[in-house]
Design a protein around this ligand. Structure first.
Ligand SMILES: Cc1ncc(COP(=O)(O)O)c(C=O)c1O
Length: 394
């Protein structure tokens, strides 16, 4: 495999492991276990004296291809594929902390991610401080002698706030902590947290990487030293491994990722510009627009806008529901990153478990909707929004 290949080439060819049949499309190895030529060979494999697979919970050939392709894309030394994005987030954080340690996390997190650090971790004696991650001084102020992990997503779900990844990673380095970045919203096409100094990157591969609504999956990427020291045993013995069938669908997803993300981003940008001019709309937040509150950080760390747009309607929940119900092409769904355009109302779905206060802190109002732009024709999507908005009182 050539390390000099550009991303689009890596995503088609990276990590390919052809069998003796020289298949074009990657093979699916749906097996739980592997057989050994002799008892001595089994012993040697278990001792780590010979290369090879042991059990699919530890690793398997189709998963290996997916992991290697992700490493090539991300510039990571090691990856571990997981059954869902949440399995990746939970493993990446919990594998490296113990009772008495402290986590600093941005408060603007996907609901389940926030639950892991805010509710689950403290049950095991791991303290957590949530900060407004937009300002570096908040991260710095939250540091304690026992801080081991910084956790953030950028842009955030759903209001597309941005965190200065290089700044947070630098602070983490200064105190010997590790910065874990959930890169789902940016995608590996637009943002490379490891290059920005972060130590660990996680994805819900369910989103753009599959991108066609088929599989749940996740992946954790980092360097060999960290994986060996922290993740390897956790991953092998708690069992979050991905199914090889899922790894195969995700390999297919990776092949078309740049094409889909390009079209989705073009659609998102044009829809954002259109909506910003409409009388029913109070505010549009889109990382690709000059009026994004943190446009300077976006320019510093992202190569492109985003496939997502946050829209605040003047008419509150009533208008948000009316818009969703009137759209014909855009479907109502809390998923994102799909080839199909999807819209959701965070206050009553993805972020319904937060208090009104916590939602307000994150800028989620009753009139906020989140659009995940699909790959449909741009004009059809804009016409769909135009006809749906015409049914809403300004
Ligand atoms: C930012 C972010 N992280 C993690 C996840 C969890 O991913 P999964 O649903 O694959 O477990 C999601 C899912 O919506 C997400 O939006």
């Amino acid at each position: 495999m050539s390390k000099t290949w550009r991303p689009a080439t890596q995503l088609v060819h990276g990590g390919t492991l052809r069998s003796q049949y020289s298949e074009t499309s990657e093979a699916i190895y749906l097996t739980q276990g592997f057989v050994y030529d002799s008892a001595e060979a089994a012993e040697a494999r278990f001792k780590g004296e010979t290369e090879g697979y042991i059990y699919a919970r530890y690793g398997s050939p189709t998963n290996d291809m997916f992991e290697k392709r992700m490493c090539a894309m991300e510039g990571a030394e090691e990856a571990r594929a997981t059954a869902s994005g949440m399995a990746a987030v939970a493993a990446a954080i919990l594998c490296q902390v113990k009772a008495g340690d402290h986590i600093v996390a941005a408060r603007a997190l996907f609901g389940s991610c926030r639950w892991v650090v805010e509710t689950l971790a403290p049950k095991y004696g791991i303290e957590c401080t949530l900060v407004d991650g937009r300002y570096l001084e908040n991260w710095e102020k939250a540091i304690r002698p026992n801080t081991k992990v910084f956790f953030l997503e950028s842009p955030t779900n759903p209001t597309l706030e941005v965190v200065d990844i290089a700044g947070v990673a630098k602070l983490a380095n200064q105190v010997g902590a590790k910065a874990v970045v959930d890169n789902v919203f940016a995608t590996p096409i637009f943002q490379k947290p490891l290059e920005l100094g972060a130590h660990i990157v996680v994805y819900s591969a369910t989103k753009h990487i599959d991108g066609q609504g088929r599989s749940l999956g996740g992946v954790i990427l980092s360097d060999t030293e960290w994986v060996n020291e922290h993740l390897q045993d956790y991953y092998r013995h708690t069992g979050p491994a991905m199914s090889p069938f899922t790894a195969w669908t995700l390999l297919k997803g990776l092949e078309t990722l740049p094409l889909r993300v390009k079209q989705q981003t073009e659609n998102a940008g044009k829809i954002a510009d259109f909506l910003a001019e409409q009388k029913q709309v109070a505010k549009v937040i889109y990382p690709g627009r000059k009026d994004h509150p943190q446009a300077d950080i976006v320019a510093k760390q992202m190569k492109g806008g985003s496939t997502l747009v946050a829209i605040e309607l003047k008419g509150g929940k009533e208008a948000a529901f009316a818009l969703q119900n009137a759209l014909e092409i855009v479907k109502i769904s809390n998923n994102l990153g799909d080839a199909k355009s999807l819209i959701t109302h965070p206050a009553t779905t993805t972020h319904k478990n937060l208090t009104d206060e916590a939602r307000a802190e994150l800028g989620i109002s009753p009139g906020t909707v989140r659009l995940s732009a699909g790959i449909e024709d741009t004009d059809d999507l804009i016409e769909d929004f135009a006809q749906a908005l015409s049914k809403i009182k300004a």
